[in-house]
Write a new protein. Structure first.
Length: 159
């Protein structure tokens, strides 16, 4: 099966995805919002292992609670899948996330790049690990800490 998935962004890359589980994953993530978090059940295995820089979760129940909390303070969130490397039951996805959080960056949009390592079992994602720069995503957006982190980064770049 080959799917050309289109994203919700202006310049939309065409992705050549061969696996049904991966096409479903990309499709759900590109439409995910607070109103349709129930769609996570269609792409994640009940025994999902999920890891990002802040959390490690086991089982769909934990993952569902986590996403519910994440999306509670988010005004908007869109994913753009830029590139996919796929081999049978595994994939690496390179993406860009644009989100608005009412307590970060004065409520303005924040753009962050990241990647995800995925593994499937029974046509659903059973392992999901996100790689993302938390400084870029979160810490630099906080009022006091953000200025300090920016100052440290600038000092390190000029050292």
């Amino acid at each position: 099966m080959t799917n050309d998935i289109k994203t919700g962004f202006d310049s939309e890359p065409s992705l050549n995805i061969h696996s049904e589980w991966l096409a479903n994953f990309v499709d759900v993530y590109q439409q995910l919002s607070t109103n349709n978090l129930h769609l996570l059940r269609t792409i994640y295995h009940n025994n999902i292992n999920f890891k990002d820089p802040m959390h490690e979760l086991h089982g769909f129940s934990e993952l569902s609670k986590y996403f519910g909390g994440l999306y509670q303070n988010v005004s908007s969130c869109q994913f753009r899948i830029n590139h996919v490397i796929e081999k049978q039951t595994e994939a690496a996805i390179y993406w860009q996330m644009v989100y608005q959080h009412k307590h970060l960056n004065s409520g303005k949009k924040i753009t962050v790049s990241g990647s995800s390592q995925l593994k499937s079992f029974d046509n659903k994602v059973i392992y999901h690990r996100d790689y993302i720069d938390l400084g870029e995503m979160l810490y630099q957006r906080l009022p006091v800490i953000g200025r300090l982190i920016t100052w440290i980064k600038n000092r390190a770049a000029n050292a």
